[in-house]
Design a protein around this ligand. Structure first.
Ligand SMILES: NCc1[nH]cc(CCC(=O)O)c1CC(=O)O
Length: 336
């Protein structure tokens, strides 16, 4: 039997997520070997933008996949650019963790209990826009670093609260630190939040056969709609965009996707929300449709355009080091 080599970054979140996938593959009778990959983003302290932007972590693992050093990569889907990567394929999207954003505040406080002027740390433009749109008078402070670093800022008292994804905290066993799982009505999560993407080489039938049983069709449809919304907006990496698709069963037993989208302005001056519902088979179209609605209704004014126009699906990227600066991307990927 061949051994599946699973490439993972060293961070606590990456190794936990990869370990979760490895456990499931082993339970299905596969042999899995974890291979640690150090990415430029892990060793550099330079600002993300100067070392190639938000796709820098995924890029190194993808290169290892293409070079045949590993056979499988586990990504947080929300950190993956929406453009397909030539030669690679997302072969499975397992069932999603909690999609919500988490408030981790001092003294067990919720958003509504934080005093005006409380200082909340987050590096995500989407979270900043949503927080400011709430009109609670909170002060937002830019925050970087891995989960532990961010939690420590609250424990040590220099921030009143931070916002993180529930999914990451739960996977790390840190769910008791969450003081409020924020209602998506107040803050729509990042497209793909809480979902993992299992990526393989497109010509690797063995790896595909191994991971396909981990695919969850409902999660796949939901994140397809959310990522199509992001792609349709043609936004650059700093766009404050939220999206959440839920699969609902209609009276006649058919499955529908209910997709909500948010586009905000960093200063809270725009809080644009629209939604769309349709058959699950139309998940991708629904995302594009909702993008058009949001653009027509005012999103165009706040979305920084990508540097390049969107490439048609299936078109190949130019060779050389991948330039991910124009990738549609939402939550700035951090050193997790
Ligand atoms: N942007 C970084 C990132 N990428 C994935 C997660 C957590 C897991 C997930 O959202 O799926 C996080 C941390 C966070 O947003 O708190």
């Amino acid at each position: 039997m061949t051994i599946l080599r699973l490439g993972t970054r060293r961070s606590a979140l990456a190794t936990t997520q990869s370990g979760w996938v490895a456990d499931r593959l082993r339970a299905a009778g596969h042999q899995v070997e974890l291979v640690e990959i150090t990415t430029h983003g892990d060793v550099s302290t330079a600002p993300l933008a100067t070392i190639g932007g938000t796709g820098v972590f995924a890029a190194a693992i993808r290169q290892a996949l293409l070079d045949g050093e590993v056979d499988l990569a586990v990504h947080s889907l929300k950190d993956l650019p929406v453009a397909p990567h030539p030669g690679l394929e997302i072969a499975a999207i397992p069932v999603r963790e909690d999609v919500r954003d988490a408030l981790v505040a001092r003294d067990g406080l919720t958003l509504g209990e934080l005093p005006a002027d409380a200082v909340v740390g987050t590096g995500s433009p989407r979270r900043v826009a949503a927080l400011n749109a709430l009109g609670l008078g909170l002060r937002v402070q830019d925050l970087r670093g891995n989960v532990d670093t961010r939690l420590r800022r609250v424990a040590e008292g220099d921030l009143d609260a931070v916002i993180l994804a529930c999914a990451g905290l739960r996977r790390l066993g840190l769910q008791e630190r969450i003081t409020e799982a924020i209602d998506p009505l107040q803050m729509l999560p990042a497209p793909g939040q809480g979902a993992l993407a299992l990526e393989i080489r497109s010509d690797d039938d063995q790896a595909r056969a191994a991971v396909i049983p981990l695919d969850d069709p409902d999660t796949r449809a939901a994140v397809t709609a959310e990522r199509a919304l992001l792609a349709g907006l043609g936004a650059g990496c700093s766009a404050p965009v939220g999206a959440l698709a839920e699969i609902v069963e209609e009276m006649d037993g058919s499955l529908h996707v209910s997709l909500r989208g948010f586009v905000g302005a960093i200063d809270g001056s725009l809080d644009l929300r629209r939604s769309v519902t349709g058959p699950i088979e139309r998940a991708e179209d629904l995302g594009h449709e909702l993008a058009r609605t949001l653009l027509e209704d005012g999103a165009r004014a706040v979305i920084p355009r990508s540097e390049e126009p969107e490439r048609p699906a299936g078109a190949s990227r130019p060779g050389g080091p991948q330039n991910t600066s124009s990738s549609v991307h939402n939550d700035l990927e951090q050193n997790l």
